[in-house]
Design a protein around this ligand. Structure first.
Ligand SMILES: O=C(O)CCC(=O)N[C@@H](CCC(=O)O)C(=O)O
Ligand SMILES: [Zn+2]
Length: 332
């Protein structure tokens, strides 16, 4: 793997540090497992922060971001004041240079890992265990960092997992906007994603954050991630994060409208691979054919997200979303 992770991938790269710990500045760094690193400050603040990347092994920009943050922490150049857990979720897929080895790991959380025995099933179970071991304090955050397969009309966006009716948090929307993530998709149902797991199981503020487009190692323009990088560093390095007042005009909100699963062998999307996420189609346009079923645009303003005709049968092949005025959200 061209990105030199500082010995955090255990058996996957260089000498293993698994099971060891070291001191740096005023913190203990613990290496729990391959790609599982905990920073325990001597006098921690009141937040527990989880950053995860590589739930999809070919989404390299977030891996490079977290690698550089870890390098700076280990070199004593970034002093951490909040308890922080770094998760490099699927090292085997990183080494493979693929989205996953056997199974899409982001469909295996909240217990779904019990229904199979691929390496991803086993790792998802372990990741849940590590997150459970880590979260202790009241204020819990989990940013699960991804990049999208396609271009996106909104380059950076986050999925706000189903809240089960709880209000959306202005402070989190503002934090994400400060990260350059000005677009939010509101999921309206439980899922088996990593971020939903942390929301549901640990009452964390947790998000799937899409920071750009999938590119190979070394081909990411890291300047495009600078705002997110700065904010993530501030979150863990300051006692009390200073954020501007909530400003509704900064945010584009979309409601997830339909989830289209592939059920048939002959599944096809009716638009080219270079059509970007958030592209709007006319009402009645056939978006996809799944065996004998045709999926047409039903509402004005409906847009496509995460189209992927290659997913396994039974999995999500496309989402549609519609814009929602921020004023209609219940905010706290
Ligand atoms: O670009 C794509 O098609 C997929 C990008 C991606 O990995 N997205 C996540 C979203 C997870 C969520 O809905 O919270 C995924 O599909 O797992
Ligand atoms: Zn992803």
């Amino acid at each position: 793997m061209p990105a030199q992770l500082p010995h955090v991938l255990g058996p996957y790269e260089g000498p293993s540090l698994i099971g060891t710990e070291q001191r740096v500045n005023n913190a203990r760094v613990e290496f729990w497992d391959a790609g599982v690193i905990v920073i325990e400050p001597d006098a921690p603040g009141d937040k527990d922060v989880v950053f995860s990347c590589a739930v999809h092994g070919d989404e390299t920009a977030p891996i490079e971001m977290l690698r550089d943050m870890l390098s700076d922490i280990l070199a004593g150049q970034l002093t951490v004041k909040q308890r922080t857990l770094f998760l490099i979720a699927n090292p085997a897929a990183i080494v493979n240079g693929t989205r996953f080895v056997d199974m899409n790991m982001n469909r295996l959380f909240s217990g779904a890992h019990a229904n199979g025995n691929s390496p991803e099933h086993a790792r998802a179970e372990k990741l849940e265990h590590y997150v459970s071991q880590f979260f202790k304090q009241q204020q819990r955050y989990h940013y699960d960092l991804h990049t999208a397969i396609r271009d996106s009309a909104h380059e950076k966006f986050a999925v706000y997992p189903f809240t089960h009716g709880a209000p959306y948090k202005k402070q989190q929307l503002t934090f994400l906007a400060e990260c350059g993530v000005d677009t939010i998709l509101l999921n309206q149902a439980p899922t088996t994603t990593f971020s939903y797991y942390s929301v549901r199981e640990h009452q964390a503020d947790a998000f799937t954050v899409e920071l750009g487009k999938v590119r190979p190692f070394g081909q990411n323009d890291m300047s495009r991630f600078a705002k997110a990088d700065t904010m993530f560093r501030q979150l863990i390095a300051t006692d009390a994060l200073q954020l501007p007042e909530f400003d509704a005009s900064r945010h584009h909100i979309y409601d997830v409208c339909r989830t289209i699963n592939r059920t048939a062998e002959n599944f096809e999307l009716n638009f080219p691979n270079d059509v970007a996420n958030f592209t709007e189609f006319d009402t009645g346009f056939v978006l996809a054919r799944d065996g004998e079923t045709q999926y047409k645009v039903e509402q004005t303003g409906e847009r496509i997200i995460f189209p992927n005709a290659q997913v396994a049968i039974g999995q999500r092949a496309l989402l549609t979303v519609i814009p929602l005025p921020v004023e209609q959200l219940e905010l706290v």
